[in-house]
Write a protein that binds this ligand. Structure first.
Ligand code: ADP
Length: 229
């Protein structure tokens, strides 16, 4: 077997993009462990800061409650600081970042300073109608972050996580009105980031409008092609 076939994801910076509800969180867990790189979700980092009541959390909460983006300066500083920790030294899977062109530019600049770059940007595409249905029935585990859907993927015991037994909760920003606002913000501010990576030859599109296992398989294929290509 060629050496390239066995190479792991080390030193890879992978960006996972897609609209809210595309399944980024679910898939990010699977592919970051496959690649052996840390999974960094700016949404999770903000939610943790809100839970802990830090100044960052208090600032972010108002934006999150409205379904809007936290300002770039705050988000970029938080992400770059997290990326500087030792567990991200050999690569990372970024989930929910960058979400604006200035964030993508700041990331490129910071990575260039470390001799790294975004090796791959994966765009998980899902039509808008499917997204609103997914978001409105979504339940998330407080313990491990696993995500369920009351119709499409219900837990065995109501409000309990199958994986860790944790309590499930509904994100306040998944309410229909806020979810619609998040989708609009995505179209305005994040769709240009997809073009940003497309123009740089780093983009791979994966159909996210299929069952989770099929999406995971398509992602693995895309990653294998990139690592051996
Ligand atoms: P989703 O992708 O389902 O909208 P996330 O968990 O990624 O959810 O993000 C939730 C919220 O956190 C966003 O609506 C936004 O307010 C904030 N947020 C997350 N990532 C970013 C980012 N890169 N830039 C600005 N705000 C962000």
């Amino acid at each position: 077997m060629a050496a390239a076939m066995t190479r792991r994801g080390r030193d890879m910076i992978v960006v996972l993009m897609g609209p809210p509800g595309a399944g980024k969180g679910t898939q990010a867990k699977a592919i970051s462990s496959e690649l052996g790189i840390v999974h960094l979700s700016t949404g999770d980092l903000f939610r943790e800061a809100v839970r802990q009541g830090t100044p960052l959390g208090r600032e972010a909460q108002a934006y999150m409650d409205r379904g809007e983006l936290v300002p770039d300066s705050v988000t970029v500083a938080m992400l770059l600081e997290r990326l500087d920790r030792p567990d991200a030294a050999n690569g990372a899977l970024l989930d929910g970042f960058p979400r604006t062109v200035p964030q993508a530019e700041a990331l490129d600049q910071a990575l260039a300073g470390r001799g790294q770059r975004v090796n791959l940007a994966i765009y998980l595409s899902v039509p808008r109608e499917a997204l609103l249905n997914r978001l409105s029935g979504r339940w998330i585990c407080q313990g491990c972050g696993a995500s369920y859907h009351e119709v499409f993927n219900p837990p065995t015991v109501q409000e309990r996580c199958d994986a860790c037994g944790g309590t499930l909760y509904q994100r306040p920003d998944d309410r229909r009105e806020t979810a619609e606002r998040r989708l609009d913000v995505y179209l305005e501010q994040t769709v240009p980031v997809i073009d940003y990576y497309r123009q740089r030859g780093a983009l791979v599109e994966v159909n996210g409008d299929q069952p989770p296992a099929a999406v995971e398989e398509a992602l693995r294929k895309a990653l294998r092609a990139r690592r051996t290509g």
